[in-house]
Design a protein around this ligand. Sequence first.
Ligand SMILES: [Zn+2]
Length: 328
Amino acid sequence: MSFKNVLGHSRPISLLQRAIENEKVVNSYLFLGNEGIGKKVVALEFAKALNCLNEEAARGEACDHCASCKKIDHILHPDVLLVEPIGQGIKKEQVIQMQRELVYKPYEGKRRVCILTAADRMAHDIPNTLLKTLEEPPLHTVIILLANNSRFILPTILSRCQPIRFHPLPISLVSKWLMEGKGLNETEAHLLASLSDGSPGKALEIREEISQIPREALLKDWVGSKSLSFQKMGGWVEALPSQRENLLLILEVAKTLLRDLVMVKTLKKETKLIHSDLWQVMESLSAHWSLSSLLKRMEILHHTSLAIRGNANTSLALEAMMLSWAEG
Ligand SMILES: [Zn+2]
């Protein structure tokens, strides 16, 4: 694999390639973007391009065949350090260990590259010397911090790095990759891509969970049900997972089900559906609904999701949502 095989992210990649070509590689970078979007893949390709033994690397593309490229591909290069969180985040000892290694010159590579994969999840007691290291890393060293969210990074760290943003990939691109690269069928690929927030890693991560969600029952008996009795509402509140992350995923699926109902109601085009396998159920359900009631339900669902994301009590939020649904 080399830069040209990376899925999407042409802008960050061309920025990095130009830096190599123009010999303007800076000491510290901060790659920002959703979990699983491809930041680590790009960081490793950058490390390869910086260290490739082949001449073409001067143009910012690794050859993929030389000893250096192969070692980095297998995370076996002594000058490429990958620091990944242990447990909840990066620990103080890991940063100290990294700094110890930086004292030496690169063993065999042209540049030492340190990749810290969860810079927004570093322990609070991270030594101040990290700031110094970021500002003036030892000669021939490039430090790359990866983070989902800059909100959780100390401003003193932010100001010392060149930020590079990784935007969500288009749904169509993630979907194509899932089909061609991972062998998924079109329906599953499109569904996972639609729920992935533009992140191939997330699409794969939620695959199993999504396969266990009873989408048809959710649609018929809950999301698209016109007559939710109090008893049924209570049943759903109990049946839905209490774990916040799992519940949020189900609510995301519920949103896409409602969105499909709206599509069927307005466009009547099967090809546009996320849940294309449920087309027939959608069509018969949508007949009972007015467009405005569906949109209202979507809005309520959206606000419930936001509240739960913002740490509201999950069962209370769900109960309130069901009551508003019943009124509408
Ligand atoms: Zn190479």
